[in-house]
Design a protein. Sequence first.
Length: 262
Amino acid sequence: MSQFQKNVELVRSEVLAQDVIRLTFNAPEIAAAAMPGQFVMVQIAPGQDPLLRRPFSIHQITKDGALQILFKVVGRGTRLLAQVQEGAHLSLLGPLGRGFILAAPEKACLVGGGMGIAPLLFLAGRLSQPVHDGPRPKVILGARNRAELVPLIAAFENIGIKVLAATDDGSFGHHGLVTDVLQGLNLDSAFTVYSCGPRPMMAAINHLCQQQKISCQVSVETVMACGMGACLGCAVALKAGGYAHVCSDGPVFEAGELLWSL
């Protein structure tokens, strides 16, 4: 698998909702090698402070070969990254990790919650590429409220995908959880569910898929320092015992491999 460390230009910075930022980088080598579900380690700001990079799922590869990430400002690192000006250059390392195994689009269902929606756009686009006007994957997205969710839905609609929505406050779509919507679809065992979001959400989706004998792949988000398996700081417990490392064994896992109750 090809990996690159490149100083790349930030060509566009967008505020999609309050504290929700999308950055577009001119990173053709990384973009060309990337697969849905992989991630990049991003220099947070020009200079050496902060010293460590941060991991971000690859949100989308645009038609002109640019690479996008999506994140919410939650601390000093993401605040600094959100303040980087267009035209600045940052170091990106990637693509890293193990991505999704693609199913037939008509038998794929993508379920994202909050910023866990980020890697699912790249996946949805790749699943839709071979079919042109044919079947599209089912997509269920959830967030706290309409303001956070609608700008993210627009990106899926731009590639011809109808989104089923859920919000915590009922301001858009189903008033409740994405798992409610997923359960209502009555998927058969030929489907593959792809999910990324808060751990309790993915645990509930895994439980539902286990009951219905549906394959489920999850993209796990965790703190990591190196992104390449050297620091061993991103361990997750396995159902069979022992641990796996999100950066090298994941971030995508078969949901049934992971220990969800600790």
